[in-house]
Design a protein around this ligand. Structure first.
Ligand code: CTP
Length: 410
């Protein structure tokens, strides 16, 4: 669940070869919990089949002003939308939208909405570079329409140049950002997030590990990137890490590897979020062959790992905000307050992992935020993305309070 959960999205698809990529965009939006109503133009239907969108989207495909039971489908779609996304947007669509022509269901819907609109142009380089097309795009952008792409790359027919549809990741990220109100309060900031549980090897096959899924850390990384930050996400679960522009994923396995990645990246970070569940102990010796059952139960001697958060607390760079996490099963506030002090963090995000729907592996979380100035805030059960938003809000506010703040957009 991201902040797309429950959001109503009209996905307009126009007639370009890139229409096939809109299928992936549709699937991702639906996977993220959005309600997607697809509107295909006649041209789009020449490139992709309505049946594909029927199967993937939340509503049947609509293609015409005249064939729905509802007499005025464009107002139903336009008024009910939280956002309208046109992907791909052809030169014709851009021209029609710019001049307010409503020749079909999609253009009528664009005129009938007050929701934010995202357009993703895709066409051949010659068309894209036409002054008329460029002017249409500029006018739309000046009206507040979010224009995503196009990118440079290989085009239909083997040509290479500007005009390729933006990557589906970038389209989904733009939709999220538009829905988040376009807040860019982390623009120009560098954020370091750790995520997942470390694995401390016993032998080539077995390890000492924990149940962290990395989801809360990954949600923080995605939210920070959506708010404009350059994000380094040091994770043990790279397959779950966000694949959005602005997030650099660093894969690690052990506490020692995580510690060295953090030591390398932290000095330049404005914010560090230690969301990872770092093993406190690791086997002193790692067998180089698989331990065999016939040899009997192994005696595994453990030694402490480095406490990465405590190190950060000791060596933070000026103005840096250091945020720790505390997964507890009892006395949540007391334990978290003790960790806040012992580790020298600015903020601790504490959760009771024994509570229903909270913590390891869940898509939801509920936390208490304790800061070093004595502030305390409860964040009710919500998606991990919503919790990430509240954690970032608190961290940005702390940075301000400590006099190193950025300009916060309203
Ligand atoms: N942490 C860390 N390095 C470690 C252990 C923990 O950086 N070797 C960080 C975690 O990333 C988290 C915070 O410290 O942000 C608290 O982790 P937690 O496991 O809850 O606390 P511990 O210090 O390990 O204490 P305990 O296990 O006794 O609760």
């Amino acid at each position: 669940m991201g902040d797309l959960h429950g959001r109503r999205i009209v996905l307009g698809v126009t007639g370009g070869i890139a229409a096939y990529k809109a299928i992936e965009v549709c699937r991702r939006l639906v996977d993220a919990g959005a309600h997607v109503a697809p509107v295909l133009t006649k041209g789009a239907l020449r490139f992709v089949g309505a049946a594909t969108f029927d199967a993937l989207a939340s509503e049947p495909v609509q293609t015409s002003l005249w064939d729905e039971a509802h007499p005025i489908p464009h107002t139903r779609l336009g008024q009910g939308a939280d956002v309208v996304v046109v992907c791909p947007a052809t030169a014709r669509l851009l021209a029609d939208y710019r001049t307010g022509r409503s020749g079909d269901l999609l253009t009528a819907t664009l005129l009938a909405t007050r929701a934010p609109v995202v357009v993703c142009p895709a066409m051949h380089t010659e068309m894209w570079e036409q002054p008329a097309v460029q002017e249409n795009v500029q006018v739309l952008a000046a009206r507040g329409i979010e224009v995503v792409g196009p990118e440079e790359g290989r085009l239909a027919g083997g040509d290479v140049g500007a005009g390729r549809l933006a990557d589906p990741d970038a389209v989904v990220a733009a939709v999220e950002q538009v829905l988040a109100g376009g807040r860019r309060d982390l623009e120009g900031r560098t954020v370091l997030v750790t995520a997942g549980g470390t694995r401390e090897p016993i032998c080539p096959v077995r390890y000492v590990g924990n149940r962290s899924s990395g989801k809360q850390g990954h949600a923080l990384a995605a939210e920070a990137a959506a708010r404009g930050a350059k994000v380094h996400c040091v994770t043990t679960v790279p397959e779950g890490a966000p694949t959005v522009p602005g997030v650099d994923v660093v894969t690690v396995e052990t506490a020692a590897e995580m510690a060295s990645a953090v030591a390398r990246l932290a000095p330049a970070a404005d914010y560090v979020f230690m969301a990872a569940a770092v093993a406190d102990f690791r086997p002193v010796e790692v067998a180089d062959q698989k331990l065999k059952k016939a040899d009997g139960p192994p005696e595994i001697q453990l030694e402490p790992t480095v406490d990465i958060l405590a190190e950060l607390g000791r060596r933070r760079s000026p103005g840096q905000v250091v945020v720790g996490f505390a997964a507890e099963t009892s006395d949540v506030r007391q334990n978290a307050a003790a960790k806040l002090a012992a580790k020298g963090a600015d903020l601790i995000v504490a959760n009771d992992v024994a509570a229903p729907g909270v913590g390891f592996g869940h898509d939801t979380n509920a936390v208490v935020l304790l800061d070093a100035d004595g502030g305390e805030r409860e964040v009710d059960l919500g998606s991990k993305r919503q919790v990430a938003r509240a954690v970032l809000d608190a961290a940005v506010e702390l940075r301000h309070r400590h006099g190193a703040g950025e300009c916060v957009d309203p």
